[in-house]
Design a protein around this ligand. Sequence first.
Ligand SMILES: Cc1cc2nc3c(=O)[nH]c(=O)nc-3n(C[C@H](O)[C@H](O)[C@H](O)COP(=O)(O)O)c2cc1C
Length: 527
Amino acid sequence: MDPVLAYHERSKHHVDRYAPGPDGLDWATQPEPFRRYAGARETELPLLAEDPAVAWSDLFRQDAVPSRRLDRAGIACLLQLSLGLSAWKSYGGNRWALRCNPSSGNLHPTEAYLICPELPGVAAGVHHYCPDRHVLEQRATAPLAWRDGVLVALTGIHWREAWKYGMRAFRYCQHDCGHGLAALAYAAAVLGWPVRLLSDWGDDQIAALVGTDRMTDFAGAERETAEAIVWIGSGAPPAAADVLAALAGAEWAGRANALSPDHRDWPDIPAVAAATCRPADSGAEPVTLPPLPVPAPASTEAAGLLVRRRRSAQAFDGRTAIDAASFLRMLDALLPRAGMPPWSLQAQAPGVHLVLFVHRVTGLEPGIYCLARDAEALPALRAAMRADWLWAAVPGCPAHLPLRLLAPLDARAFAAGVSCHQDIAADSAFSLAMLARFDDIAAAPWRYCERFREAGMIGQALYLEAEAAGLQGTGIGCYFDDAVHRALELDTAVFQDVYHFTVGGAVIDARLGTEAPYAHLGDRPAV
Ligand SMILES: Cc1cc2nc3c(=O)[nH]c(=O)nc-3n(C[C@H](O)[C@H](O)[C@H](O)COP(=O)(O)O)c2cc1C
């Protein structure tokens, strides 16, 4: 069997057996949540004094947001509103940070690097972003010279997730990367900066760029795996070869900290990481996304406020309903279109589609629905699922939204059951399973990661759309893969379930204490 598909098979949760993982949590080896590079020079980033005067609705109107100057304050805003802290929570003597990007188990495997020419207040070179102290650590000083844009690269520390989730952790790292990419796309949109995923870079090139292949700098520390690189700015991105050539004589500084004193190995993870490594110039031409009508945004609140307010619901009230128009609008926002965040970072044709469990949508029958995120995928989805689904048109659905009713029924018990018995999948307004195309993965194994990241981007869009609509969402990485496949009679050679999500009215846990995200930095200057 193909090694990537074999990993996927082995990392499935089953109703009677979870994927191999640790028997319990070994608190003595709990990974430190923040990476540091001791010895690297630091650039302090200013904090936002207030949210930029950009409404959520502005993000979806062409040219509505003026492009902000590319300088230290702009970079600080980009990083704070994407990967920065959003709050500290506390309970029973424990205290933990939350971030604008969510993460499975709040373990945050994703690290970010800024690569830039000299900017006002930021030196030319490679910088690692520390979200807790909101500083850049300068890993490399190099004469990088291009105009009107920066590169941001994401890497993943698999151990952080494997500590809790064992073999399945590789999947969650990809989801988290997708959430991080989408978070960057929304934050860049607040600054009026265009974004583009650079899928011609190979993972080894990204690793060389950010220095995660420098063995001596990681002696005794957990390694990072290159994941993605993004161009942010109005200019044209430099070619990978030119950037790496300019970095050839760079001076490197900093030693990575060890996150845990000891580790348990999950050999399937480095194996699948190696098998899915993207080569340079992998041949995938970026697609031109269709110019669909843009749905009317759900809120005129400040976009930064929604981004910072985003939280995962830990429980839903089992009552709150959403009206059909808001529901359809939310789904519409998931169709990739040109120039609209976060889909400006979708380089390939949509490869992830939704099966929805509608519980409480006023004006729509409860039941199971299917949303093809690309109308051309409808026939393949239909052919891959059980023959007796209805595939009926949905009243009030815009013509360009390929949403179909499969079966009117009460799907609450089913949705919770297949989501590892989590009530959040039943007590919400709706929950869903994401079906990713699997038939082209053996030929291009890095697409496995792409599909999980695309699912993460859908999750991030849903989180923020839910906040904009006055609701909350929660990503669900724990689900019984084959139980879903069996119920849908899904042809798993063509599609597989890769992520669940749920949206509704949250029940807030009043026992948790909340503190401001950067109160610990004292009187750090704000802009
Ligand atoms: C990929 C992914 C999978 C997740 N899976 C679950 C899950 O199965 N159950 C759950 O209650 N929360 C789940 N979450 C929510 C996380 O626990 C949450 O993002 C994290 O605790 C940080 O909290 P925040 O989102 O409020 O910042 C998941 C989040 C992500 C990104």
